[in-house]
Design a binder for this molecule. Structure first.
Ligand code: CO8
Length: 260
């Protein structure tokens, strides 16, 4: 699969997608969002890939937002379509059924923060700067930032970040739950790869159901979400991996999960 603005590398059970427009700090134009859609769909159906890392090219930026050259000339209907298309692609990231780790190697601003939030987990370099600066452009977030940010960090903090537009550093992002871990910049990819390998060795169907139960469950009422969890629990009980995992525990050996 050929891309102009992405690099896609497979490494054992992991794949790394690198947004590759370093001259514009990896800003997301329409073509890049579409390439991301194709890459995610490709990796979703590749059974050999069990975890994905998403990062940005260069040392300065994860993604510095949507491409402002495109935003500057958008029409009302075009702007709406762009927002909906991006939201759809970010939904694919969130619900691809395999863990997607954002390795935030610098600026994650606007659409970059929104993309990181659509990932399953976030590891930030200690140099990262994360925020939703759209207000400074007379805009609002359009790739679901007004919805994912309050779900991750609470309404009050989301209001403050989006209304002021001021980015926060990696330590503050970890303190408020916006990123899971902070590591020295030089160790970012090693840490992300270690985590991807750890997750990739787990039972893939159970992992898919966990992501699904949490993503769908937070949108439901508690009782309905518990019913949903119980249904997925019943389904996972039908897998070979469940039999293997429980047998391996009882036989005091390491489980070998096959995704069946
Ligand atoms: N779009 C286009 N070009 C960009 C962007 C961007 N988002 N960010 C940086 N660039 C370009 C710069 O214009 C510059 O280009 P050139 O070399 O030709 O002048 C190059 O990248 C390097 O950037 P800087 O020289 O500005 O680098 P600095 O280190 O001085 O500053 C910053 C880095 C602070 C990250 C700065 O570049 C900046 O503020 N960038 C814009 C950040 C921003 O506002 N992002 C939010 C955009 S809006 C958005 O994401 C909305 C998402 C929802 C959209 C839904 C519908 C489409």
């Amino acid at each position: 699969m050929a891309f102009d603005n992405l690099l896609l590398e497979r490494d054992g059970a992991s794949a790394v997608i690198t947004i590759n427009r370093p001259k514009v700090l990896n800003a997301l134009n329409t073509q890049t969002v579409d390439e991301l859609r194709r890459a995610i769909l490709d990796l979703k159906q590749d059974a050999a890939v069990r975890a994905v890392i998403l990062t940005g090219a260069g040392e300065k930026s994860f993604v510095a937002g949507a491409d402002i050259n495109e935003l500057a000339v958008q029409s009302p209907t075009g702007g709406r379509e762009h927002a909906l298309t991006g939201q759809h692609v970010f939904d694919l990231v969130e619900n691809m059924g395999k863990p997607v780790i954002a390795a935030i190697n610098g600026y994650a601003l606007g659409g970059g923060c929104e993309l990181a939030m659509a990932c399953t987990l976030r590891i930030a370099a200690d140099t990262a700067k994360i925020g939703q600066p759209e207000i400074a452009l007379g805009l609002i977030p359009g790739y679901a930032g007004t919805q994912r940010l309050p779900r991750l960090v609470g309404k009050g903090r989301a209001m403050e970040m989006i209304l002021t537009g001021a980015p926060i550093g990696a330590d503050e992002a970890q303190r408020i739950g916006l990123v899971n871990r902070v590591v020295p910049a030089a160790q970012l990819m090693d840490e992300a790869k270690k985590l991807a390998a750890q997750l990739g060795a787990s039972a893939p169907i159970a992992m898919r159901y966990i992501v699904n139960a949490i993503n769908k469950g937070v949108e439901m009422g508690f009782a309905e979400a518990c019913q949903y969890e119980a249904t997925l629990f019943g389904l996972v009980a039908s897998t070979e991996d469940m039999r293997e995992g429980t047998a391996a525990f009882l036989e005091k050996r390491k489980a070998a999960f096959r995704g069946r």
